[in-house]
Every structure is written in C-alpha cells, then in structure tokens.
Write a protein that binds this ligand. Structure first.
Ligand code: ATP
Length: 754
C-alpha cells in the first residue's frame, strides 16, 4: 500500500524531473527527438536534463539541465548534440549503482533512452535493479533512507535510434530513412556511370544483423541481386547471380547492381564479403567495381521522415511520463511508429523479439528469420524477388488487361509505381497497358502495352514517363474512352494520381449507369500527388519527396540568415490542402504555418506580429512562417511580407520566398519509391481476392495507406469523403499537429525551463 501511495504521488507530481540520453551508434534524427521531448516536457511543467555521452554521463554525473534555447536550431542537424558512447562501466552493477546515485542526486526518476537494443536492455536493467541499488546506497550511508520514499521507481521510455531499422515494435527506427537516402544518392550517381560503361557494381551497405538497408535500397534502385543476413542464398548462388546478371544484360540492361549487406552470410553462416562477390563476377568476365559506402550512411541532415517520426516520438515520450498511471509508469515502453502515428509497446518484449533474430541467424534457422522481422520486411523481400530481373517465373496468362494512367500534376513516384505495376502485374498473369496523358489520352487511344523491359530503370526516375493531365471523362469523350477500353480488352483501370484523377474515376463510375460496358471494368484510384489531398489514405506517394525538397530549401534559407535578425515568409505548394505547409513547419521548426483549413484573419496576423516583435526583442535571430499557397484569397504571401516588414522595421528584416516547382521535381525519395511498390503489391492482392470471390473483377474505389496498412475504400465511401468545394478530404488526420508544431517551436514568453 505504501508503495502504491508513493507511486501515486510520483504520478501526480507536476514538476517532474526527467532526463534524456543517446547511446550506442548515433543516427540522424536523434536531435529532433531530443528537441521535441525536451520542449514538450517543459511545456508540461517538467525540469529536463541531458545526460552527456550515453551511459558514461550517468556513471560520471555528466548530467546537465536543458532549457528551451539549448535545443534550438538542432532539428536539421545529424548526429546527437548530447553525445553518445558505449559505456563499459555501465555494464557492471557497480557502474549502474553510480548511475542510480547520480540520478537521485539530480532528483531524476524519468529517463528517455534513445539508442539500439543494447541501450534499451541496459535501461531496463537499471530500472529492475533500481530499488535494490538504492537500498545498497542507503546501507552504504551514501543516501538517506527517505530517498526510498521519494524515488520509488525509475520510469523508462525508449526510442529506437538505429540506421538499421532492426527493431520490432516500430515500422521505422530513427535514422533508417536518412541512411537509405544517403545510399540512394550514392547508387543513383553510380548508376549513371555504370550505364555509360556497361559495368557491374557491387555496393556494400551497413547492417550487421539486419538487411533492411540493402533490401530497401535494392527495391528502390531496381538492383539485380541483394545479399542480406536474414535470407542467405542457396548453395551455388554465385553462378546463379552471374547467370542472372548476364540474362539481364542480354535483355537490354546496360548495367548490373548487386547490393551486399555488411552482415551477409551464406547458408553455412560464413560471411559473404563484397570483395568476394566482385572477384567472382570479374572471374566470370564482368567489368565489376566495388563501392563500400561506410559512414556516409550514418551522417547528414535528417530527412523529412526521420525528423517527423523523431519529433512525434519525442513528444509522445514526454506525454507518457506525464499522462500515464502509476501502473503504466512501472512498465517501460518502447515508443514506435505505426504508419504516421506513434504506438507504445512493452519495451522488453520488443527487445527480446529483436534479439531472438540474431540467435535465429546464428542457429541458421533461416526459414523463421524473415517472418520474425515482421510483415513489412517480408513483403518488401517478396516484392524484390518478384520485380528483380532474376527470379522471373513463368505464369499462365489470365487473358485480362489492366491499364494504368495518371491524372493531375506530376508527382515523384509515378515512374516507380508504373514499374512495380507492370512487373507485379506480369507476375500475376495480367496483360499490362500504360495510357499516356491521363483520361484525355484514354479517349484518344494513346495506349501502349507495357512489357517487363519497358519499365527498366524507372524505379529511380522522377517525373512521369506516361505523362499526365487534368482532363476528366465527360459527355464529349466518354464514348471514345469506352471504345478504347473495349479495343484493348481492359478489365481494370488503375488511376495513380491526384484529386482530379479521383474526380475522374468517380465520373467514370457514374457513367456506368448509362454505359453498361463499364460495369465489367474495375476502376481504382491510388494516391500519387505531392499535396496529400486525396481520400482513402493518410499519405500519398510524392509528398515525401516534396517535403524533402522543401526542407533542403528551408535549411539553406535559414542558414542564409545566420547573424542577421530576419523573418522569412515562405510559400509552399499544396493547393487547398495545408499538409505540405503543416508538415514542413513541424519538421523545420517554423514558428507559424498558415493553411487554408484554418484561414488567416487580421487578428491572427496582428497576434503573430506581436509574437515576433517580442521574440526579436529578445535577441532572437531568425523566424520562419510557412504559408500554403492558397491559405487566403485576401492575405497573399506578399501582403504578409509587406505587413511584417513595415511593422517590424528597426527590429527585424523580412524576406519572402516562393519555393515553386522545385517541390514537385527530382528523383523520388526512398519512401516514395518503396511505398509505391508496396501499394502496387496490395493492388494485386485486392484484385486476386476480387477475382476469387466473384470470378471477375468488380472492385471500384480507391486504395491507400491507413494506420500502417494498405486499405481499400469503396467508391461510394470515397466520394463521400471528398469535399468537391475544397478539393481535399473532409477530415484530415494531421490537423492537430499544426498546434503541436507551433507549441514546440515558439519560445514561450514565460520560459517554462527557467
Ligand atoms: P547499436 O545498434 O548502435 O549497436 P546499441 O544500443 O545496441 O546500439 P550497444 O553497444 O549494444 O549499442 O549498447 C550501448 C551501451 O548500452 C553499452 O555500451 C552499455 O553501456 C549499454 N548496454 C548494452 N547492453 C547492456 C546490458 N546488457 N547491460 C547493461 N548495459 C548495457
């Protein structure tokens, strides 16, 4: 009872004291997690500390208070500002006793650990030994008896910082997306030279126990062969690899790419090195070159997604320490991601499941490994096998035509999507068609059959090889559209595009009443737009690339203002939807975002002006407002710029910047590449199910990413969800984040950390 009472006291304490540490290998995104955790905790009333250099800081009492300003300007920085280390002393009970002493000395009993499975195991050990170590310290006379009463337990939250994406309990670990980006930058550059010289490249990427980086980059670059620890190749793989590379050459590929995980092994558990792979290929007459990417994969500015997940996880960790019951605080949690939302799982269950994979690999129980890694890993592995040139199986034709077209603005990810659409479709026995220039092209019969090699190399390409436009079916072209569909014997249409495309498929569906022929055709929409303004999905392919482009530009803009008091008003795309503005604000640390959903009033502008005046009076050097292009019909970007410039003169300077089409261009990001393939994989799963259940294709609606999975929404539900007037979904999951973003970015007038 006494313990319960003490725990209750701990739960209800407002001025909690909590610390954050980063441990093990660093990863890009640790800083945004530190920033959001510290600020959210301060806003809730906590006193926040940083433990420097991992567990060494606990052992040596290198524990320093953080304030609002000490985590300013770090959201775009790789690595960790508080340092990380591997501590031998902490592995000993004596070391952990010192850690307990130092925590109690600083009156800290909530600890956020950002690190890998080793670091999280260490945190749990400290938690379980807490009471006994306290007792020893009391017995040693180092602490007085009442500490037992005041610090009944240590609460632990864990965030996985690891480039390997190797932890159960989260879709993604902090740092994995940035590492994949670094790998893709390197491979995309290598591919252009490899194509010129018809060379074979062997690329070694990190991942001692986990092949995620090799797998994700293999899917994203359309590699010929990957070697990962989870699935060692069958004996004799060397010859199979060489034969397949040769087959690819003969069918028209000008370069070959083999990606080797640093932990790759054969079925006997013997390491497979990249040098061995290259030598083998050279012996077989290939002009083979090797590139070992090494530590470039760890570093650099965090991507949008790493900043996003780290920020959300950091906030959730602070909320966990504040909003949980005593019982919950006594159970350490792992804060992970499921889709775009955070989830909490029992920490040690996740750690143990993860560690069991290393044991399975050691015991060579390879059949179980990929399963334990989880659904997404397994799915990507299957997609890689199906889409790579190597493992093409002979499939009986279904005699059914499936057609893809784009509609709306071009979006990065369209080409990788068509590649996956084509190859996975062929793998299922469909006849594949691509339609050029959207519904307009469909009416004109601009169709081409897509063969396996038509889409060779498309996985890395930006833009839209099939073209896209904004026309939709109407009374003057519907009969031509139907004629084309009949001529090519199309059984299913997949529209991969934006809001206009969704209007287009809804219109086509409506025409079924008049034209019975349309009733035997499945009509499906899939999200391919940077704006993320379409129904039936939380995210659309293209928005990740666009946000990365925006953050690259914002980082440069912010740097240009170093040492000058300057406020930037930056306009981003998004049409009627504020997703790009809201997300770029959250991940760039902008103080304000203006979006159409919330509108802009003179009152808002006046308040914000006052806020910036106050801030710049306090020596603040830079301010950032992100405005969505259609946030207001009256208060344009230029108006806001002029207003702030006039009112802020003598105190700060104002600059206006319209980012424009750089947001739509460039090579698709890792996430847009691999998620478009995943979306296509599910498209065929839905078609197969439809065929099995009804004997013909009759699905109509859209598919999209919801709650970490891929879901189908029927056409009536899809139409219901769309607001024609505002050209966006009626309800948008991210709206609450606008306020959250501002809360953790604006220096409060009464500094909560003081
Ligand atoms: P990475 O994935 O980068 O290797 P990690 O967190 O798994 O990250 P480790 O070297 O395993 O890295 O652990 C980091 C630190 O955590 C160790 O130096 C040690 O201080 C502590 N630690 C790890 N495992 C334990 C353990 N079983 N008991 C106590 N402390 C541990």
């Amino acid at each position: 009872d006494l313990l319960c009472e003490r725990l209750e006291n701990k739960t209800h304490c407002i001025a909690k004291r909590m610390a954050v540490l980063t441990s093990g290998g660093d990863s890009s995104g640790m800083n945004p997690a530190i920033r959001s955790f510290a600020r959210q905790a301060m806003l809730k009333g906590a006193k926040v500390f940083a433990v420097r250099e991992g567990y060494n800081g606990l052992v040596n009492d290198s524990i320093v208070p953080l304030n609002w300003g000490s985590v300013a300007g770090i959201i775009s920085r790789g690595g960790t500002i508080i340092g990380t280390a591997r501590s031998t002393e902490f592995r000993t009970r004596e070391g952990r006793k010192k850690a307990v002493f130092n925590l109690v000395k600083n009156r800290i009993d909530n600890l956020l650990v950002i690190g890998g499975d080793g670091s999280l195991t260490g945190a749990n050990l400290l938690r379980t030994e807490w009471c006994s170590l306290l007792k020893e310290l009391v017995d040693d006379g180092k602490l007085s008896l009442d500490v037992m009463e005041h610090f009944p337990m240590l609460s632990i939250a864990g965030i996985v910082g690891s480039i390997d994406n190797d932890m159960c309990g989260t879709d993604l670990t902090v740092g994995a997306d940035t590492a994949t980006r670094r790998i893709l930058e390197a491979i995309d550059s290598i591919l252009s030279t490899a194509v010129s010289h018809q060379r074979s490249f062997v690329i070694e990427v990190m991942g001692r126990n986990c092949g995620w980086l090799a797998l994700a980059s293999g899917v994203a670059t359309g590699a010929d062969y990957i070697l990962i620890p989870e699935s060692p190749p069958e004996d004799g793989w060397e010859q199979t690899m060489a034969d397949n590379l040769e087959k690819g050459r003969l069918s028209g590929r000008r370069c070959s790419l083999v990606i080797v995980s640093e932990g790759a092994i054969d079925r006997q558990g013997k390491p497979i090195t990249s040098a061995y792979v290259r030598q083998f290929l050279e012996d077989k007459g290939h002009d083979a070159r090797i590139t070992i990417l090494g530590h470039v994969q760890r570093g650099g500015t965090p991507t949008f997604l790493d900043r996003y997940i780290a920020t959300r996880m950091g906030i959730d960790a602070a909320n966990y320490f504040y909003d949980s019951t005593a019982e919950q605080l006594n159970q350490p949690v792992l804060i992970g991601m499921s889709g775009m939302d955070t989830i909490r799982s029992p920490l040690m269950e996740c750690v143990q499941k993860t560690q069991s994979i290393a044991s399975l690999i050691k015991e060579r129980r390879f059949n179980e490994v990929v399963d334990v890694r989880g659904g997404m890993f397994k799915e990507f592995y299957e997609i890689f096998i199906a889409c790579s040139n190597l493992h093409r199986r002979k499939v009986e034709s279904k005699g059914m035509g499936v057609l893809i077209l784009h509609s709306g603005g071009p979006s990065p990810g369209m080409n990788p999507c068509v590649r996956a659409f084509t190859r996975l479709g062929i793998d299922h026995g469909y006849t594949m068609y691509g339609c050029f220039n959207g519904f307009g092209g469909l009416a004109l019969g601009e169709i081409e059959q897509l063969q396996w090699m038509t889409v060779n190399g498309w996985s890395v390409m930006g833009g839209a090889e099939l073209g896209t436009n904004r026309s939709i079916p109407n009374d003057s072209n519907i009969e031509d559209i139907i004629a084309t569909l009949e001529r090519y014997k199309i059984n299913a249409i997949l529209m991969f595009g934006g809001f206009n495309g969704y209007l287009g498929i809804a219109k086509l569906y409506e025409y079924r009443e008049k034209y019975q022929q349309l009733k035997r055709i499945s009509i499906i929409g899939a999200p391919g737009t940077i704006a993320n303004n379409v129904p039936g999905t939380n995210i659309s392919i293209g928005s990740d690339t666009s946000l990365n482009n925006t953050l690259d530009a914002l980082d440069k803009i912010k740097q240009s203002a170093v040492a000058s008091r300057r406020l930037f008003v930056v306009e981003v795309m998004g049409a009627h939807c504020g997703y790009l503005a809201a997300m770029s604000s959250l991940t760039s640390g902008a103080e304000r975002s203006y979006i159409m959903e919330k509108g802009i009033t003179l009152n808002t502008l006046t308040k914000d002006l006052d806020m910036f005046v106050e801030r710049f009076k306090r020596e603040h050097r830079i301010g950032l407002i992100i405005k969505s292009e259609l946030a207001s019909n009256t208060y344009s970007t230029h108006f806001i710029y002029s207003l702030f410039k006039e009112e802020g003169k003598h105190l700060f300077d104002v600059r206006e910047s319209i980012l424009g089409h750089l947001q739509q261009g460039g090579s698709p990001s890792a996430i847009d590449r691999i998620f478009s393939t995943r979306l296509m994989n599910h498209y065929y799963q839905f078609l197969e199910k439809d065929l099995k259940e009804h004997g013909h294709l009759q699905m109509n609606g859209c598919i999209g990413f919801i709650d970490g999975g891929i879901h189908y929404t029927s056409m009536p539900d899809m139409i219901e969800e769309m607001s024609d007037k505002f050209r966006r979904p009626r309800s948008q999951w991210w709206m609450d984040l606008v306020e959250t973003s501002q809360n953790i970015s604006v220096f409060p007038l009464d500094d909560p950390s003081s």
